[in-house]
Write a protein that binds this ligand. Sequence first.
Ligand code: GLA
Length: 745
Amino acid sequence: MPITWNASTREFRLGNGSVSYVLTVLEDGSLGTLHFGAPLHGMGARGAKPAGGAFHGFSNRLDEPVALECPTPGSGDYRAPALVVEHADGSSVLQFAYRAHRISPGKPPIPGLPATYAEAGDGAETLEVELVDARSATEATLLYSVFREFPVVVRSMRIRNAGKEALRIRCVMSASVDLPDDDWLLLTLSGAWGRERHVQVRPLRPGRQSVASVRGASGHEHNPFLALTRSHITETSGEAIGVSLVYSGNFLAEAEVGLYRTTRLRIGLNPEGFCWTLAPGEELATPEAVLAYTSDGLGTLSDAYHRLYRTRLARGVWRDRPRPVLLNNWEGTYFAFDEARLIAMAEAASSLGIELFVLDDGWFGRRDSDDSSLGDWIVDRRKLPNGIDGLARRVEELGLRFGLWIEPEMVSKRSELFEQHPDWAIGIPGRERTEGRNQYVLDMGRPEVVEHLYDALSQLLASAPISYVKWDMNRSITEPYSLALPPERQGEFFHRYMLGVYDLYRRLTTAFPEVLFESCAGGGGRFDPGMLAFAPQTWTSDDTDAVERLRIQWGTSLCYPPSSMAAHVSAVPNHQTGRITPLSTRAAVAFFGVLGYELDPTALSPEDAREIVAQVVLYKEHRELFQGGRFLRLRSPLDGDRNETAWMVVSADRRHGAVGYYRILNPPNPGPRLLRLRGLEPDQTYRVSVWPDGDNAIARANAGQRRGDELMAVGLAVDARGTSLAERGDFSASVFLLDADDEMT
Ligand code: GLA
């Protein structure tokens, strides 16, 4: 039983052999934390209660270092609260006391919000603990779910106003966890457009340290994920706690070190600008937070998120299907295309072995540049005289599937939609709207806007054989205000926006279950678990430079699996950095994700075309490994002289693996360099082959039979010694393929 209740000690014990969470009903009735982290065995035994009384006790005494599950302000706990309400009289104090609990099999959905789910056989259980503030009749239900196979506890909260007067919620976290010490490093994934999710690490200090978004999307700047790690953490050893939010809008993720050097970790909707009114009888559910624990290093933490998000967050037919290799026309043409050019590109793509042709921005309204037509999802017959249907059918005749770009949440000032419904664009009456990329954002919190978009987009999707949709979102929100909300409810704006986006996603993915959705926001500006619940893959970054992608994909892999990371090979000089890298290196980076090409295939030299054919063959042959294998980080692009990166994927049965090794600058006079692998079967013999193949020094040094223990204890030879001048050079990469070879020679 993953969840038990001991009525005599008033303790809840949640766990599964990899993680434990122990809660207790304190003497004043509030819900306290006894432990979150390492598994405690002998579940249910009173003797397992952690020693040392300092970290539990009575709540609501001045500055006492009590650990609470739902801390509230104004009663002596001066750390950041999990819940702040404003009662009708303007006061904010809540004195929560335990009222009831329920333990049930499985995991209930959260109304209106994306969430992880349990399937039969998962051994999942959910605990709901009801707390009530008697004076105001405010009820908080805390939800905890545990799966048998994952070292995670999934938390969320529901607030209900059972009183007679309206209540205003000013802050409501999905999870707040008190940890007994502050000896942690804080790891976040931060950056900007073109350099998303770079790993940042800093020691915890007294006070609050946080990452957040107020942009209306989770954003390029910070990801709704953080990890606390012990200072000696490696990929394979050391304690770490991760917290990730299944949400795509304004979030806050924070660690606070208090005066007794304890740490409070909280994550949820960003309280900045947030205020939600609950009328009597109304309820608000938070997004869910996924807390993970390991003592086996960052690799194990990532493993838990990868498996959970690939198999119990992503859903629908594309969850387990191999994803197609695509060609996207964006960098190949930008807005300058017509039907003939696209068909020529699709023909060339087909001869390269590509499976899906994606038409990006510019096919609708009169969109010849980024300053018009968003909102008018009607084909531009000047460019495509046979419509989307005509083009898609032609593409299908060439043996490819057809996919289309949309940006539903936006409207251009120069568009029919804006002329007809100027009030649907977010803005404050009497004030200028700020334009971003020449466009405005639609008020997705208004049901009529979602209804209109559903009608327009479902007609579009039904009108042609469209197998894939890239759903973009290219600007942050400014002048947040909804004409549909009264002044006192404007604090609900951002969350209502997200609820509208999720509603549209849910309706479209339900109506078109065979369509593969990919989410995007100016590259990776909304790469988060909320989106992954609807779109199992995300455009990782607009930056397709192979060198930049190493850091981006490395950081992204802390929380997200390769099956979620769309990775494209583009032309050189690279459009974002101007860098010229070998075609094989660009592919060697993009292989470790969902492979695509983003270039004009009609402009390729015969050699490049031949090379791409071989790349696509290789990727298809190992596609399930690249997309669904266990991903292990081997050598960090952030360590040492930052010149090397290496990672690998291993199949579930450990019989197949692929290793990517990348060297940015070629060092003179290199010494021997070995790369030790992980995750293999020690006793298994593997046949090692090297890509790109041919007679090169790396292939000569490594190809052949090697045992798993040798590959893990000694490693592959990755130095450039013995390479010919032609093989030397900057930005080099090798992919090593490992296949179980049961015939010993
Ligand atoms: C965003 C996306 C790109 C492309 C353009 C089209 O920047 O990230 O991939 O779709 O929009 O305008």
